[in-house]
Design a protein around this ligand. Structure first.
Ligand code: IVH
Length: 696
């Protein structure tokens, strides 16, 4: 029986096609022609409408709909896929002589056949292969071991530079290969946010890109601004020796060279870096390498070398393969740049969660395009393992990444009397004895309520955009409020008065005024604080700054527990059963809420009027306009859960049967009165299974 036969699907289908075409046209103009035809707001409105329609009519949603950029699909595990064409690696070398040998060997093997080379950047990211059929993306797979990789299609679809549909002329069946990179600025912002959330930052953009592609929730991948740089087009004909049957004759000449293929790919909508050059001889290759060895620091993403390929595709088969790499290409890898510089002092920083980070303060030195003065010494184990002594010369390196790394000690320059760097035993800010938890490499300051950088750090986190979003309170103002004794914890923000704020000033050690608050500033601060009282529960939970509870974890917790009391009384096991909350995080949450001080803090915030109950989190609109009455006992849900579930799908729940009731959802041992009334009014009576079928 079609329960929703009254809803006509045709107008929806028509509107979805209209929306898809409009969005795709705006995307085309924006990405291909650099033209914004509508405002972001209008664009988002169209996208939102399409998302809503797809939720309502999932059977009409297209696999490459522009909404896929937003993500939302969940992968519990990633399907293993055998590559249709193995993803070979490249022979690589750090020596320019070996590049000269490669060039001479290639010339010899090809005899008098005319040919050229291409030189291009070697991206330092994660290799993936994208299969396109009839201009549509059908699959994205990681390189894996070269023969078998993971199917990461739903995550790849969220990357703006992965075309979902192609433009212009394209071969009907091919694989686009390239590297997923995490541009430096986006990576740094992302890592900073992780640190704010008390999460371990990623060591480099490559690791972060790789971790992102393996995220279970594709909407999380969508938030990390990854970039796909295409570097290779593989056609089925390439595998078959001598056979060059390309189905579209118009493309034959362009497809006959690697350079032509990448130019064509650009017109199809791929992101291909323009830094590719056709070279005729070793001098031109050398010049390209030399240029990029210096210039690489000015790129917005990491590269770790240069790839040199024979440009003419027809010659690839005659050059053949070695065990795992083609003979027609080679990679030159840049050496990491290294300098030796004096360690002037070691300082110790205290993070928001109390974690101590030792930092090397060094004589300024020019390295890879920037002046380096400071570098992390990670933790006590790192200092010990490196054997770092006071007054040592440190070896600092910059590889493909932007962050300089201490890789060792220049022992030749060590003074005989040098003493090992002493790790502190007390917090440099508050003097509390440091603690090192079992199995953890880092020390931390346990005095969370009395250690200034921890208090100010927590305030900063609380007011940040993704948390309570209280504008006009930057770190300087927060520090001032703390130092003047007006704010000792986040709950104090809610009792600030205009009189307390107006006229506040703070000064640097050298007498320069850092910040001040005047009449208008005070009003703005107070209204932002007032506005924050409407921030939804999931963000309030995140704002509390519980260690390892990031934005995603807080969202999942809020969705599962629905109110703060349920979170506070949950066991470690129950907390750990929530998606994206691990055992370690669960323990921190449990400990946090079993600390009397935090129970009091929550009470004060509750009194101040913050939201500690989840508002309805809509999953779909399938039950839109339908009213249910729920009665009896159910197999898969408690009564409250099934009611909440109805609301999450857009339906309404009422306490008693009336003529407005659409369904009586009947469990075991349901109330006889309700049944009688429903029968009398002709209200449809459905079982738990019927209900589940409705949702599908
Ligand atoms: S061509 C058969 N070009 O380097 C040719 N590879 O071992 C296949 N890489 O992980 C590769 N930039 O993902 C090619 N411009 C580029 C590249 C590139 C980075 C990566 C590739 C693979 C490794 C080669």
């Amino acid at each position: 029986m079609d329960l929703f036969s009254s809803i006509d699907i045709e107008p929806a289908r028509k509107r979805m096609i209209e929306l898809t075409q409009a969005i795709e046209r705006y995307n085309y103009e924006y990405y291909m022609n650099d033209k914004s035809l509508i405002s972001d707001y209008e664009f988002d409105k169209l996208l939102r409408e399409l998302i809503d329609l797809e939720r309502q009519y999932p059977e009409l949603a297209m696999p490459n709909s522009p909404t896929k950029r937003v993500g939302g699909e969940i992968n519990k595990t990633f399907r293993q896929v055998t590559h249709r064409f193995p993803m070979l690696s490249l022979g690589n070398t750090y020596s320019i002589e070996e590049i000269e040998d490669f060039e001479a060997r290639t010339r010899k093997l090809l005899g008098d056949q005319p040919f050229t080379y291409t030189c291009e950047l070697k991206y330092d990211g994660v290799a993936i292969g994208l299969t396109y059929r009839h201009g549509q993306l059908v699959q994205a797979v990681t390189r894996g071991n070269g023969s078998v990789g993971d199917d990461i299609t739903s995550n790849a679809r969220t990357i703006a530079t992965v075309p979902l549909k192609l433009y212009g002329d394209y071969p009907d069946d091919f694989e686009a290969r390239g590297e997923v990179v995490f541009p430096f600025t986006d990576f740094e912002a992302f890592n900073r946010q992780r640190e704010m959330d008390g999460e371990e930052p990623f060591a480099n953009p490559r690791n972060a890109a790789s971790g992102s592609l393996k995220l279970q929730d594709s909407s999380e991948c969508a938030k990390r601004k990854l970039m796909f740089c295409m570097y290779f087009m593989m056609l089925p004909a390439d595998e078959k020796s001598g056979e060059r049957s390309i189905e579209n004759p118009a493309l034959t000449s362009q497809l006959s060279t690697h350079y032509g293929r990448l130019q064509l790919a650009m017109k199809m909508g791929f992101h291909v870096q323009p830094y590719i050059k056709v070279c005729r001889n070793i001098d031109e290759i050398r010049a390209f390498i030399d240029y990029w060895d210096n210039e690489r620091w000015n790129l917005p993403f990491a590269i770790d070398g240069i790839v040199i390929k024979v440009n003419e595709v027809a010659l690839w088969n005659s050059l053949g393969l070695t065990a795992k790499s083609p003979r027609w290409a080679i990679a030159y890898k840049f050496k990491a740049q290294q300098v030796s510089t004096l360690l002037e002092s070691v300082s110790f920083q205290v993070g928001r969660t109390g974690i101590i980070t030792p930092v090397a303060n060094m004589s300024p030195v020019w390295l890879g395009g920037t002046t380096v003065r400071r570098a992390t010494l990670v933790n006590a184990d790192f200092i010990e393992k490196m054997g770092i002594c006071e007054g040592d010369y440190l070896l600092v390196e910059k590889g493909g990444e932007i962050i300089p790394k201490v890789v060792g000690v220049d022992v030749k320059k060590r003074r005989p009397e040098a003493k090992p760097v002493k790790y502190i035993t007390n917090c440099p800010e508050c003097g509390a004895a440091l603690v090192r938890a079992d199995g953890e490499a880092g020390h931390y300051c346990p005095n969370s309520d009395g250690c200034p950088p921890q208090i100010v750090g927590r305030l900063e986190h609380f007011v940040s955009r993704k948390a309570m979003n209280i504008d006009n309170l930057g770190s300087e103002r927060l520090e001032m409020l703390y130092r003047k004794g007006l704010v000792g914890d986040v709950a104090d923000l809610y009792s600030l008065t205009r009189e307390q704020l107006v006229g506040l000033e703070s000064y640097d050690v050298d007498g320069q005024r850092r910040t001040s608050i005047q009449d208008k500033g005070a009003d703005n601060i107070l209204s932002a604080i007032e506005k924050s009282k409407a921030v939804p529960f999931e963000r309030v939970l995140y704002a509390l700054g519980i260690r390892y509870v990031g934005e995603v974890g807080a969202k999942k917790l809020a969705r599962y527990f629905r109110n703060i009391d349920a979170v506070m009384s949950a066991s470690v096991e129950e907390l750990a059963s929530v998606e994206d909350v691990g055992e370690k995080t669960a323990k921190f949450i449990y400990e946090y809420f079993h600390d009397e001080r935090h129970v009091l803090l929550v009470e004060r915030l509750r009194k101040a009027g913050l939201v500690f109950v989840s508002d309805e989190i809509k999953i779909s609109n399938v039950l839109q306009g339908k009213t249910f009455v729920v009665s009896g006992v159910f197999e898969n849900f408690s009564r409250d859960e099934i009611k909440a579930d109805i609301e999450k799908h857009g339906g309404k729940v009422s306490g008693s049967v009336s003529s407005k009731t659409d369904y009586l959802l009947a469990g075991e041992k349901m109330g006889p009165e309700k049944l009688k009334k429903a029968e009398k009014l002709g209200v449809r009576i459905i079982s738990e299974n019927d209900y589940l079928a409705l949702l599908e």
